[in-house]
Design a protein around this ligand. Structure first.
Ligand SMILES: O=C(O)CCC(=O)C(=O)O
Length: 275
């Protein structure tokens, strides 16, 4: 198991840019464990109550076979359940998050994205639009399960955009995005497409604009295991993430914020998309 510490310089870098990258955060055996478990879980197609199935999708759309999975850590009855909870509450994450929040981190959610060849991406957005954490914001921990580059729809971030307020989303181009809302990048900011290797972990601020474009590869999946966290002192957050977990595994609740929900809405407005 690799170990990671975080320096004051790295905390300053995160505060300045809104993200912090750790190369090789999880080792190849750990990444393979997650990859294999989720591929096995999806072996027979979407799993009821776990897969975020998009209504009325054409069977030709790669996402009809491989929609993302939401909150796998809540599914004790499934093989991915205990595994996801273990990685969500991994002490290596706790160390980094405590330094970035300057507070005890609380776990809010897990997600697994398969993003097979040809799949649409997730239009640019800010996570705290969905998590509604107040005061402060959430932090995303995005683990590359495959090498993730612009070719296979790797993550795109907008450095320093965490200094912005939460912006009002507009309609996304659903021929390129499976979610229906997007945030427009203000002109003084520039998108940065990332080149990550399997095992790399990106921590990013809940106001940082980020997302991804379609997977243009003919053969490569772009899988990711994604966790979100909130600071212990949060007074409210979207109830969609309740129950939250301490790193000791205790379930806790946070006062319910109005609105919010899964990161990026896929239901209903995707019905126009015929793949
Ligand atoms: O992996 C992606 O394509 C987008 C993920 C994302 O938006 C997130 O982790 O909040």
């Amino acid at each position: 198991m690799s170990t990671f510490a975080i320096s004051p310089e790295q905390v300053s870098e995160y505060d300045r840019n809104g993200f912090l990258l750790f190369k090789g955060f999880f080792d190849p055996a750990e990444v393979a464990e997650l990859r294999n478990a989720f591929m096995q879980q999806a072996e027979h197609g979407p799993v009821p109550n776990l897969s975020d199935t998009i209504p009325n999708l054409s069977p030709d759309d790669p996402l009809s076979r491989y929609p993302r999975m939401l909150h796998p850590h809540r599914h004790h009855e499934l093989p991915v359940g205990a595994l996801s909870l273990r990685y969500l509450l991994d002490t290596r994450l706790e160390t980094i998050l405590r330094a970035l929040f300057e507070d005890d981190p609380i776990a809010a959610q897990t997600m697994f994205y398969f993003k097979p060849p040809g799949a649409r991406g997730q239009a640019l957005h800010q996570d705290n639009f969905y998590l509604r954490v107040k005061p402060g914001t959430c932090i995303g921990a995005w683990l590359a399960i495959d090498d993730a580059t612009p070719e296979n729809g790797g993550l795109v971030i907008v450095p320093q955009s965490h200094r912005l307020e939460i912006l009002c989303p507009t309609s996304a181009d659903i021929t390129r995005s499976f979610v229906t809302d997007q945030v427009l990048v203000p002109e003084e900011f520039t998108e940065l497409p990332l080149h990550l290797n399997a095992g790399d972990m990106l921590f990013f601020h809940g106001n940082l604009i980020h997302g991804s474009y379609p997977n243009e590869s003919q053969t490569k999946f772009r899988r990711a295991f994604i966790c979100h966290y909130i600071p212990r002192q949060s007074l409210e957050a979207s109830h969609w993430f309740d129950p939250f977990f301490t790193f000791q595994g205790t379930q806790i609740s946070v006062h319910e914020a109005e609105g919010g929900g899964p990161c990026g809405t896929v239901q209903t407005r995707n019905e126009a998309w015929k793949g």
